[in-house]
Design a binder for this molecule. Structure first.
Ligand SMILES: Nc1ncnc2c1ncn2[C@@H]1O[C@H](COP(=O)(O)OP(=O)(O)O)[C@@H](O)[C@H]1O
Ligand SMILES: [Mg+2]
Length: 207
């Protein structure tokens, strides 16, 4: 079982992943969480380059290849071996993030983005993806509550984020057999319940 979580920053991915991990572990499943970019020694090194606040000159093309390079390593070194042993893998962002941010957000040609995904993942696709949908205003509200220091991507302007949000909307429409849109502006507990419900509906939990 391979599950991914998507959505803009502060939409609640990490919160929901922790709740789901606990739920599945209580059911006796072994659960691995992977965080993108990262999750292997090489991918974490790439993560440092991507998230370094000094790297403001990084061009969009470099950005997509670095994310995809980190993902290629993660798929082969971690995700596939874990899945083949029958474990649950939960990804905190996967290739849909690259489509939304580098494709729709940065404007890299979407057909090229798809081809890059094919090379990076080699066909390893989540069984189900939860898109936690919140507005830009809600994201900013949560961000202000946390007063975090923003990285290069988080500092992109509001138009960029609006494009990312519409990108996620389009992705959800184009992949409705895989991507489940969840209203992320409700309480964490209510969202968690809905996620469990959707997993049961798709009978992913019984496999
Ligand atoms: N459903 C929710 N309603 C309100 N605040 C939330 C909700 N889920 C998470 N948060 C808060 O919003 C912030 C971002 O949540 P987090 O799970 O880290 O999001 P992400 O991993 O998507 O960036 C955290 O401070 C978290 O406590
Ligand atoms: Mg997070």
């Amino acid at each position: 079982m391979f599950i991914s979580f998507e959505g803009i920053d502060f939409c609640g991915k990490t919160t929901q992943i922790e709740l789901l991990k606990r739920y599945l572990e209580n059911k006796g499943r072994k659960v691995y969480i992977v965080r993108e970019p990262g999750g292997t020694v090489i991918s974490e090194r790439i993560r440092e380059i991507l998230l370094n606040k000094k790297h403001l000159e990084m061009c969009d093309e470099t950005e997509i290849f670095l994310f995809s390079g980190a993902r290629a390593q993660l798929v082969r070194e971690a995700i596939r071996p874990w899945l083949s042993e029958g474990n649950v893998v939960i990804a905190d962002r996967f290739f849909d993030s690259t489509t939304a941010y580098q494709g729709y957000g940065r404007g890299i040609d979407l057909d090229s983005v798809k081809k890059i995904h094919q090379i990076a993942t080699g066909g390893t696709v989540p069984d189900i993806t939860f898109y936690l949908k919140i507005s830009m205003a809600e994201s900013i509200k949560r961000q202000e509550l946390r007063k975090t220091d923003l990285d290069r991507i988080e500092r992109s302007n509001d138009n960029f984020y609006e494009r990312v949000i519409s990108g996620y909307e389009q992705l959800a429409l184009d992949n409705n057999e895989r991507i489940v849109t969840i209203n992320g502006s409700r309480s964490p507990e209510v969202i968690h319940e809905e996620i469990i419900e959707k997993l049961n509906e798709k009978m992913i939990l019984s496999s």
